[in-house]
Every structure is written in structure tokens, then in C-alpha cells.
Ligand binder design. Structure first.
Ligand SMILES: Cc1cc2nc3c(=O)[nH]c(=O)nc-3n(C[C@H](O)[C@H](O)[C@H](O)COP(=O)(O)OP(=O)(O)OC[C@H]3O[C@@H](n4cnc5c(N)ncnc54)[C@H](O)[C@@H]3O)c2cc1C
Length: 462
């Protein structure tokens, strides 16, 4: 069953989505084309300096192409964001960034070795010589900027660096990419033919326009068009609040349940950062709602927002939506504040009685949020709702007719999941929770017989 045809309510949402497989094929196809461009110009030779130079040309071309791909992945193009998902894009960007940096450094080293072998000098003298050329000096600056980005993105460093600092350093990629582009236009591979100069320049221009359009123009336009303001902040549980915002023409955003926005609250010590939060309810009567758990400085300040505060929201983003669905039966599995997108999906995913099940994992009953709403939705649409509480093992069915079910052991073990959802393997599973819980739940689901392609997960971390 493909969703848009089977569920008319989805027809309101944008249909154009790039699938992860199509994106991968496109990126690989581009890499093959770049390699073919190099192969067409490579001159076979057994001379050491020529061999180094040939290697430098290939790594340089692939590095230039890789930088372009990295920027494209982060351009927030809706068809890509909605088809692939922001978290998966961020992971690919992080992995690809390592390859690109290795290619840049490999290119620099091979070029230096080639020059040193040709001129009969050592690497230090070759470096000093080459830095005397303005174009190469700029390329060296560009590489240094990319190295700085790579270092601050390494897991051990990133954990210690504030998100804003990491982001500011990341913006240096654009300068690095511009310097690399100028360097490539001067190099023999691209400059070798008018056609390649035009194609290379056009590709860079397209990515630059996409970046400016989707990361600057669209957010500014949305800010002016929708005039979003906080109208209510209500406590949902320990350290958790819901923020309700009202604006104009919010239907035009075509935000789907399961998606998230980046929110910039225009008040002191919050306006400088755009925080990602999922919608915890469908868009309704020109209002948007998020539910936020305080875990750090910014989320603690969100709790103190006042009605009237202006909000800039960019989005929607994310692919954890109904379009991923392939089966009639759906299991929604939420851990902690991962309940937010699940709450919106629980209400809106099409289905009859018995089709939708929500499992909500939390440390204790006090930590459950939006409980009245979840139970109301379960009742009104005949959906199943189970709370999985405690560190070890209490599975509680909230319906008054049911018995308290508890079992020793892991409530997310394959057997425990099968006990709660006997025909589990026939379900699509939507999963959102902390990284550890998501990983163990995915493993348990697979062991319980759910094919991996039917598990649709989103992680609350980039
Ligand atoms: C797609 C997505 C949807 C999310 N939905 C929800 C939700 O519905 N409810 C909820 O409570 N939380 C949600 N989160 C998590 C929430 O965004 C973070 O808890 C929040 O940004 C932490 O900010 P802080 O400054 O209070 O905490 P910090 O302690 O400063 O940061 C905690 C973590 O959040 C990351 N982070 C901080 N600022 C940002 C930022 N501007 N952009 C991206 N990551 C950042 C940090 O890198 C760190 O890993 C979501 C996250 C993502 C990625």
C-alpha cells in the first residue's frame, strides 16, 4: 500500500520526496562522472612526479565534488528533507565530511609530493614554494578552514563545545568551499575545457542558490507571513512544558504530524539559537504546539516563555510521517520526550480500531506526559495504548478494564514486545526515543521478526 493513494487525507501534503536510495544513487552517479572526467584527461606515465600529480588531480576533483555534495545535503531542500529525513541527512553529512576532509588532505599531500619529485626538493621547500602562488595560498587557507570544521565536529570535541560555537565554525565551510572552487577553476582538470568550466560553475551556482533560498529567504518569508506568537505555556510534567503558538496562514506550511520545526524564540538568551522541536499536535486553527523537556540552558528558558513572545519557525522538516507507512497496522514506539511526534501521529495516522498501537516507555508514571490526550485518542479511535514503566519491567495497560501487566526483565525485549503486540511482524514501526533506547528497541524489533525496512526511526540528535 502506498500511502498517498490509500489515505486521501495525505493528499494535502507535498508529494515530491527524494528517497534515500535515489539520493545515494544520485551522489554515486556524480562521483562516477567526476572520475570519468579525470580518467579522460589522465596521461598514463611511469614517472613518479606524474603519478603523484595524477593522484592529486583525482583526489582534488573528488574533494571539490564532495564539498558540493556536503553543502547540498545541508541546504534543507524540502523534497530531500521530507524524503530522507533531517537526522539521516546529518549522519550522511557527518560521514561524508570525513571522506571529503581526507580527500582534501590527500590532494594537498600528493600535489606536494608531485612538485617535490619534479623539482627535486624536499616537502618543506615544496610547501614554501607552492605557498608563494596566491591561488595555492588561498586553497591552503580553505583546507585549513575545513580542517577546523572537521576538528570541532569530532565527537570528543563536539561534546565539549557549545552548539552555537560549533555552528559558527561550521559556517566557515562556505568560505572554504568558495576558496576551493576558485582553486579548481584554475586547475587543469576543470579548466581543461570550456564545457567542464560551465558545468562545474553551474553546479556550484545551483547549490549556492539552494542554500541561500532555503536557509535565508524561506525562513525570512515565513517569519513575515505567519507572525507567530506564543499564546500559552502549560506544564505537562516534571521539567516538561507545552508551548502553543498562534499565527496566520499556518496551513500553508503543510506541516505533517511527525515533523519538526526549528524554533527561534525572540527573547533574551534564546533568540540566537534555532532549536529543533517536533510538533506534539497536528496544526489546527492556526496554532502549532510543541512539548519540550528541559535538559539544558535553552530548554530551561523555554519553560519561562511568556504569552506574546514572537517566534520565528523554520520548517517543516523530517521524514517520520505517514508517507513512510507501507502496512495497515502500525506500532508507534516512544521513549521519554520522543512521545511528541508519536502523539501527533497517534491522532492522525489513518486506520480503524485495532490498527494503531502506541507503546510509551518512561521511567515512572509521573514522567508520562500528555497522558489524558493519549488516553482520549485511544478511546475515541479504538487504538491500543500501553505504558512501559520503570527501569526494569512494568507494562501497564491504561484501559480501566485491563489488569496491570507486569513482567520481570526488559519491557522492550523481543518476547515482551510480542506479548503486547502478538502480530508484531505485520506492523510498520515508528520509533522515537533517546539514542540508547532507539538502538536497543530496533535490535529487539528485528529479533522479534520486524523487517528493518519497516522500522522508521528518528533520533532527537544531529
Ligand atoms: C529533530 C529533533 C526533534 C526534537 N524534538 C524535540 C521535542 O519535541 N521535544 C524536546 O523536548 N526535545 C526535542 N528535541 C531535542 C531538543 O532539540 C534538544 O533537547 C535541545 O535543543 C537542547 O537544547 P539545550 O540548549 O537546552 O540543551 P544542551 O544541553 O545545550 O544541548 C543538548 C543537546 O542538544 C543539542 N542541541 C542544542 N542546541 C541545538 C540546536 N540549536 N540544534 C540542534 N541540536 C541542538 C546539543 O548538541 C546537545 O547534543 C529534538 C531534537 C531534534 C534533533
Amino acid at each position: 500500500m502506498t500511502t498517498e493513494a490509500a489515505h486521501p487525507r495525505l493528499a494535502a501534503y507535498p508529494a515530491l520526496r527524494v528517497s534515500p536510495a535515489a539520493l545515494r544513487a544520485g551522489i554515486l552517479g556524480g562521483a562516477v562522472a567526476v572520475t570519468a572526467l579525470w580518467a579522460a584527461q589522465a596521461e598514463p606515465s611511469a614517472r613518479l612526479d606524474v603519478l603523484f600529480a595524477t593522484g592529486a588531480h583525482l583526489t582534488g576533483l573528488l574533494a571539490g565534488y564532495g564539498i558540493l555534495v556536503m553543502l547540498f545535503l545541508m541546504a534543507r531542500v524540502p523534497a530531500v528533507e521530507h524524503g530522507v529525513g533531517a537526522d539521516r541527512l546529518a549522519r550522511r553529512h557527518a560521514l561524508g565530511g570525513r571522506y571529503v576532509l581526507s580527500l582534501c588532505l590527500g590532494h594537498a599531500l600528493l600535489a606536494l609530493c608531485g612538485y617535490a619529485a619534479h623539482a627535486g626538493t624536499d616537502l618543506v621547500a615544496a610547501t614554501l614554494d607552492l605557498l608563494g602562488y596566491p591561488g595555492l595560498a588561498l586553497a591552503a587557507v580553505g583546507t585549513a578552514l575545513l580542517v577546523a570544521v572537521g576538528v570541532t565536529s569530532a565527537r570528543a570535541v563536539r561534546r565539549r563545545v557549545q552548539h552555537e560555537t560549533w555552528r559558527a565554525v561550521h559556517l566557515l565551510t562556505c568560505i572554504g568551499a568558495a576558496l576551493a572552487f576558485v582553486h579548481q577553476l584554475a586547475g587543469p582538470d576543470v579548466a581543461g575545457s570550456v564545457l567542464t568550466v560551465w558545468v562545474w560553475s553551474l553546479l556550484h551556482a545551483v547549490v549556492a542558490v539552494l542554500l541561500v533560498w532555503y536557509r535565508v529567504v524561506v525562513p525570512v518569508r515565513q517569519a513575515f507571513r505567519h507572525s507567530l506568537r506564543v499564546i500559552d505555556v502549560r506544564v505537562e510534567g516534571p521539567g516538561v512544558v507545552s508551548v502553543v503558538m498562534q499565527g496566520i496562514g499556518l496551513d500553508e506550511l503543510r506541516a505533517e504530524p511527525g515533523q519538526f520545526f526549528r524554533w527561534r524564540f525572540l527573547r533574551r538568551r534564546l533568540w540566537r539559537t534555532a532549536l529543533p522541536f517536533s510538533l506534539s499536535a497536528p496544526v489546527r486553527d492556526d496554532t502549532l504546539r510543541i512539548t519540550v523537556k528541559a535538559i539544558g540552558g535553552h530548554t530551561r528558558r523555554v519553560r519561562r516563555l511568556r504569552p506574546g513572545t514572537r517566534v520565528l519557525a523554520t520548517g517543516p522538516f523530517g521524514a517520520l510521517t505517514a508517507h513512510r507507512r507501507t502496512r495497515r497496522k502500525v506500532l508507534l514506539l516512544a521513549g521519554g520526550v520522543g512521545i511528541t511526534p508519536m502523539r501527533a501521529l497517534f491522532e492522525t495516522l489513518p486506520g480503524g480500531p485495532g490498527d494503531i498501537t502506541l507503546l510509551y516507555r518512561a521511567g515512572s508514571a509521573e514522567q508520562l506526559v500528555l497522558r489524558d490526550e493519549l488516553e482520549g485518542i485511544a478511546r475515541s479511535r479504538g487504538a491500543a495504548l500501553h505504558y512501559l514503566l520503570g527501569r526494569s519491567a512494568a507494562a501497564v495497560d491504561p484501559s480501566p478494564s485491563s489488569q496491570l501487566r507486569s513482567s520481570r526483565g526488559d519491557p522492550l525485549s523481543p518476547q515482551a514486545l510480542r506479548n503486547l503486540v502478538p502480530d508484531l511482524a505485520e506492523h510498520d514501526v515508528y520509533l522515537c526515543g533517546p539514542p540508547g533506547m532507539s538502538a536497543s528497541a530496533t535490535a529487539a524489533l528485528v529479533r522479534a521478526g520486524v523487517p528493518e525496512e519497516h522500522i522508521h526511526a528518528e533520533c532527537f540528535a544531529f
